[in-house]
Design a protein around this ligand. Structure first.
Ligand code: ADP
Ligand code: TRP
Length: 338
């Protein structure tokens, strides 16, 4: 029997960026062949920040199209929307009782907001509870592994703690402990500012499906070697974001090596290196961009994929929820059975 894998993406903003792709989506796509895979759109999670109906609907549609265009294959994986499987919300209510408050206060998602100067009073409980809903998302499917970027590691670890706590309380191994599956090389793709992780909220991203005028601007504005003033100055390649992106995106490895060699010797301008990256980006994502257009024109088909996915996901989720209810003493009383 194939082992199970599960992951999700929150439709919290515009489309996916190359950090999402290389850190999470690409590994998820690759796992489809060897594992039984469940991938979903974490639309309930988006409520922590999106409070406008049209924006939410639009974000959801965009991420669904991005995700499918990048290679999720509904023939191989179960693809669904979290809100269409009620068991996620139901299990979250239960798991909150096995989650220490002290541990929740240490979660990054919550602490990051505090650090960005958001006042505790304006943080809603959806954001605070977010990791519990995520634990429910995961544990419902009893997966072996959860492929995500490095920033989600803490959440998967909390999920393991909640599972252990639950199992210990009832002296029963209801939940196997899920493993965070994080790429060593691409688990934290740096942003175009060269400092922080690439992230929608930091505006340091390189898009995948945006208009090329935008992607060109993002790439041309990318931080490089700050000590290099003229194209004739020898430049540093290691840790230089523009070369990190070349290594990820550019499939012509000879070209990348040649550019690195010339850069080190001061024989190529930053502008040329960037222009070559733009060209490589166009080539790399050409098929995905075409596929996205086709899916968008055929959205009815996408809705059908999601409806079918929700049905399949529900079967597993309901089973786990029934087992949990039974374990807790909320299930059918056995004396009532005929
Ligand atoms: P963002 O930080 O841009 O809002 P999300 O939180 O929506 O991204 O992340 C979706 C998935 O992509 C998660 O699995 C996350 O860990 C991964 N991810 C996000 N940013 C990066 C990055 N810079 N490098 C690698 N993986 C990332
Ligand atoms: N928190 C993840 C993100 O921001 C999305 C997510 C929600 C998720 N539930 C999950 C990821 C369960 C993996 C497993 O991208």
């Amino acid at each position: 029997m194939k082992q199970r894998i599960l992951s999700g993406i929150t439709p919290s903003g515009k489309g996916l960026h190359i950090g999402n792709y290389f850190g999470a989506v690409k590994p998820q796509v690759e796992l489809q062949d060897k594992y039984e895979t469940y991938y979903f759109i974490a639309d309930l999670h988006a409520l922590t920040t999106v409070k406008d109906k049209e924006t939410l609907e639009n974000n959801i549609r965009e991420v669904i199209l991005d995700y499918l265009a990048l290679g999720l294959d509904p023939q191989k994986c179960v693809f669904f929307r979290q809100s269409q499987v009620p068991a996620h919300a139901q299990l979250a209510v239960i798991l909150a009782n096995y989650t220490p408050y002290g541990q929740m206060k240490r979660m990054h998602a919550f602490k990051d907001k505090l650090q960005k100067g958001v006042k505790v009073v304006s943080i809603n409980m959806g954001l605070f509870n977010y990791p519990i809903l995520m634990a429910a998302d995961i544990l419902l499917y009893k997966p072996y592994g959860v492929p995500v970027g490095a920033d989600q590691k803490q959440h998967v670890e909390l999920t393991r703690d909640i599972a252990e706590n639950f199992n210990r309380t009832y002296e029963k191994k209801v939940f196997p402990l899920p493993k965070p599956l994080i790429q060593k090389e691409t688990g934290r793709v740096v942003g175009t500012d060269g400092k922080r992780k690439m992230s929608k909220s930091l505006q340091n991203t390189i898009g995948i499906f945006e208009d090329y005028r935008i992607i060109e601007r993002q790439i041309m504005g990318c931080f490089t070697d700050p000590n290099r003033i003229h194209p004739t100055d020898p430049g540093k390649v290691e840790g230089n974001p523009i070369f990190i992106y070349h290594d990820l995106i550019n499939q012509d490895k000879d070209e990348v090596e040649e550019l690195k060699r010339r850069y080190r010797k001061g024989q190529v301008s930053d502008i040329e290196v960037k222009k070559r990256l733009i060209a490589a980006h166009k080539l790399r994502f050409k098929t995905a961009r075409q596929r996205r257009q086709e899916l968008k024109a055929n959205y009815q088909l996408v809705e059908e994929i999601l409806a079918k996915g929700a049905q399949q996901a529900k079967r597993i989720a309901q089973q786990t929820l029934a087992e949990v209810y039974f374990t807790l003493g909320l299930g059918k009383d056995s004396s009532q059975k005929r």
